[in-house]
Design a binder for this molecule. Sequence first.
Ligand SMILES: CC(C)(COP(=O)(O)OP(=O)(O)OC[C@H]1O[C@@H](n2cnc3c(N)ncnc32)[C@H](O)[C@@H]1OP(=O)(O)O)[C@@H](O)C(=O)NCCC(=O)NCCS
Length: 402
Amino acid sequence: MENVNMEGSYTAYEIVPLPKEKWQGTLIPMRYTTTEYYDVSVGQKEDGFRVTLEKKTFAEPVSHTPEEYDFPDKLYQEHWEKACAWGVLEGQEMIACIETCPEEWSNRLMVTELWVHEAHRRKGIAHELMAVAKEQARLERRRALILETQSCNVGAIAFYLQEGFTLIGFDSCCYQNGDLDRKEVRLDLGMLYNRRPELKREDIEIRPETEKDYFGTEEMTMRAFWNKHHKGCNEHFLVHKLRTSGDYLPGLSRIAVRDGRVIGGIFYSRAWLKKDDRSMEILTFGPLCVEPAWQGCGVGRLLLEETMALAKQAGYPGIVIFGEPDYYPHRGFVTCDKLGITTAEGKNSDAFMGCELFPGALKAFGGSFYESEIFEQLSPEETEIFSAQFPPLRKQYFPMQW
Ligand SMILES: CC(C)(COP(=O)(O)OP(=O)(O)OC[C@H]1O[C@@H](n2cnc3c(N)ncnc32)[C@H](O)[C@@H]1OP(=O)(O)O)[C@@H](O)C(=O)NCCC(=O)NCCS
């Protein structure tokens, strides 16, 4: 079977979610043999401490097996409360797995388990599994991906270094008091996601889209939403269809361009508040999106500021959207219940928000919100066909999806 990996190339392995209900308690046969170890030495001197980790060779190869440990590795151990696991199956048998768990207080994602069956090692499976953990860390905006390994697991350490991890710490008595002498010391490795610096208005071009930008805009939109709310996404197809709709407002919509590449976009369309037999034209936008590598650098804010000023100049009373409840309140939006507005079905939620461009302009009307019919017309089959023209991305389940 041909599958696409997280980096967009084809692979022989399908990575499937391993749901807790089915896989909790599954033993992970964490076997490995090593001829080398990192010798950890800790020395105290008058002016401080000196720690060294030096690679050395064992006199005889050393093997580690799950049987030797009081707490063998298992999937979904109770203390990893928000764990999530993925794996590769051969029939019903698990031949590889990765488990992650967020450490919420520090906003880091931990890889709590990683294992590939001996018969399937050095075929790139761990690399593919790690790509899923990296993608989860990115989607959840974690500041680091971290994990624990042992100083004698030189093969695993080589793998982690290859993946971009570095040493972030160690614990000389995590497993037993004699870990240093036993040459099995807990090492902490991490991959730090440092955001790019904030972009200023003059660092990017913000302008209306031209036909030449269409493909780049759609590809950027696909990458920005991929696996975020559902497996895959349809927002890139929405942008494509929206341009053909009479409700689309190209005069307000803008893209952000840097070094000739589209790195963000915001797409406005006509919407309505309806009350009794009266109707008021307002605005909505969707999607607003930024290329993943440029997220968190202020591109979304710059696009919003510029286009909201345009909308105000044009005299629109306000904007109503369905969007991320954590993002828009910093940009002047409030939940629609505060404006006396409900959805067409009479509902309210944290994601349903509005912003008045003139004080009181939405609240004075209230009513229920209607957007262009184009938002309802995206069939999964058509989306699939449309997506095929872009570099492929793997559809994957992530815990933050709706
Ligand atoms: C560590 C482990 C998960 C790696 O799995 P894998 O599927 O064999 O790794 P990949 O094939 O994806 O490796 C990608 C690259 O990492 C590096 N790498 C992986 N294993 C390595 C090893 N034993 N020695 C040196 N480099 C290694 C290589 O650069 C490799 O690319 P290459 O094969 O083209 O040279 C696997 O050996 C394993 O399950 N070990 C036992 C369980 C374990 O120790 N888990 C980690 C607990 S902390």
